[in-house]
Design a protein around this ligand. Structure first.
Ligand code: NAD
Length: 500
């Protein structure tokens, strides 16, 4: 790293040194104001005072990205790939540190972070290095001309990420942008900003040219608009809520900039009587993992009426096995929620459901784990909750809660199952359990979702398209789709009798 002018400081989180400043043009940069960062597992303590970026920060980061563009683009896929592979190797080397920080900062289970989630970040960089290298231009002859479709780097990209699974999601979005030749300004969420700062350290150590990866911290409503409305930005890649997507989409429209949005979900989990009910119940109860703060979660349980009692008995037995506790404890399955504001938001959904005549079948209350020594209001758990709605129009059925709250409804036949499953404005994921191969094809094909799993859940192939229908998103990530989004496609046509 260069001489770190303007550095505020680094803090120690779980024994790991983390910068609380921005990373711009290969140097740390601080802002005059800060925002507080706290841990979901110890809300009474301030973890870090993080630099709160503003319009000047956005301008500095975009200047750095714009200056880095030509050199990074000129390297081509094969010149960029070693940088990305070095970064992947460093992530693998530092899994323990990244997992430790992410666990404290976001409250995700340490076991899944160290064994799966952080490693996926390294795989994202390797996969995109390889995909970009392997890409072959389409070449063909027609009308007496040689046609070539070229993928040209587009220019600086702004990547904005949410607070859940922040490290993995950031790498998933950064890797294709960087592999395609676009320098990036990454803005992580203010509720879990620290792992992005570690990633900046690793990019520095990996020797990424200055300005190729910039990380700016800050409150979305403050640094977001100057970042997304700047005319130097050539790609906007966002993961978060539909409400924020509308604001960013407006900025994208103003500058005619391609925009991709991975947004919320309200996935249906459809269970037919002919399915392996135990597997279905286990998967359904697993939707409470991470306190349900998962965009892909199947939160609407739709069960064939003839199997409803049997399913519910198995579901409750599985849900009873959950252990609400600290994210560091490997036995914990339900971790604290990210922020008191979010807990209050989820409680509001439950209160309004009760007021509307929906019936709580289990849970519904705040939970303070045994042995909790902090203030009760700092215990950020809600019991795994199941609600039978009075109507399919109930708010709890139609809106994303993003907490440990599932709904339970029954259907009598395939038509009703499909109608209920497809009845929200969302369309990110759907899950189907059936013992019939024909039904798997028929109903699986009819479920309106970007990804539909049949007799499995959360199985992902990084090369498959990923994204949402309806208000769940715009555009597709994954494999070549993300590389294509980050490229300016150009058709070069040369008359075949052109001589040198
Ligand atoms: P959010 O929309 O509130 O915030 C996301 C990011 O946008 C944050 O970094 C925030 O600071 C920033 N932001 C806020 N206002 C902005 C503005 N005006 N301009 C630019 N940036 C701004 O979302 P969240 O609460 O952090 O995340 C939860 C949501 O994300 C849920 O809806 C969840 O389903 C969704 N999500 C979707 C996926 C997916 O792949 N589809 C993955 C994870 C989370």
């Amino acid at each position: 790293m260069g001489d770190d002018a303007g550095v505020r400081s680094r803090v120690s989180v779980a024994g790991v040194s983390v910068s609380v400043d921005h990373y711009v043009g290969g140097r740390r940069l601080s802002s005059p104001t800060t925002f507080e960062n706290r841990s979901p597992s110890d809300w009474s303590t301030v973890l870090a005072e993080v630099s709160a970026g503003d319009a000047a920060t956005a301008d500095a980061a975009l200047t750095a990205a714009a200056e880095a563009f030509e050199g990074w683009a000129a390297l081509g896929p094969t010149g960029r790939a070693p940088h990305l592979r070095r970064l992947a190797d460093l992530i693998d080397e530092r899994v323990a540190d990244i997992a430790a920080v992410e666990c404290v900062d976001m409250g995700m289970r340490h076991e899944s972070l160290r064994n799966r989630v952080i490693g996926r970040g390294a795989r994202n960089f390797r996969a995109y290095a390889e995909l970009a290298e392997q890409h072959e231009e389409r070449v063909w002859s027609s009308n007496g001309t040689a046609n070539r479709v070229q993928r040209l780097p587009a220019g600086p990209a702004v990547v904005i990420t949410p607070w859940n699974a922040p490290f993995m999601l950031a790498t998933w979005k950064l890797a294709p942008a960087l592999a395609a030749g676009n320098p990036v300004v990454l803005k992580p969420a203010e509720w879990s900003p620290l792992s992005a700062s570690l990633l900046a350290d690793l990019a520095d150590e990996a020797g990424l040219p200055p300005g190729v990866l910039n990380v700016v911290q800050g409150i979305g409503s403050q640094i977001g608009p100057p970042l997304t409305s700047d005319r130097r930005v050539r790609r906007l890649s966002f993961t978060g809520s539909p409400a924020t997507a509308r604001a960013i989409g407006t900025a994208a429209a103003a500058n005619i900039v391609p925009f991709t949005a991975e947004l919320g979900g309200k996935g249906a989990l459809v269970v037919f009587a002919d399915s392996d009910l135990d597997a279905a119940a286990r998967t359904a109860a697993g939707q409470y993992d991470d306190s349900g703060q998962v965009c892909l979660a199947g939160t609407r349980l739709l069960v064939e009426a003839s199997a409803a009692d049997d399913f519910l008995a198995r579901f409750h037995a599985r849900a009873d096995e959950h252990l609400l506790g600290d994210a560091h404890d490997d036995a914990t399955t339900i971790t604290p929620m990210i922020h008191p504001t979010h807990v209050t938001r989820v409680e509001g959904f439950i209160e309004r459901a009760l007021a509307a005549g929906d019936k709580v079948l289990r849970g519904g209350h705040r939970h303070v784990p045994d042995g909790w020594t902090g203030r009760p209001e700092d215990a950020l758990w809600i019991e795994p909750t199941l609600i039978a709605p009075a109507s399919n129009d109930s708010e709890i059925v139609q809106h994303e809660v993003f907490g440990p709250v599932l709904t339970f409804q029954t259907f009598v036949d395939e038509d009703e199952a499909i109608r209920l499953a497809n009845s929200t404005a969302y369309g990110l994921s759907a899950t189907l359990f059936t013992g019939s191969a024909e039904r798997a094809e028929r109903v699986g094909g009819a479920l309106r979702a970007g990804t539909t799993w049949v007799n499995c859940f959360l199985v992902r192939d990084l090369t498959a398209p990923f994204g949402g229908l309806g208000i769940s998103g715009l555009g597709r990530e994954g494999g070549d789709h993300a590389l294509e989004f980050h490229a300016d496609l150009k058709t070069l046509q040369i008359r075949e009798d052109t001589t040198t």
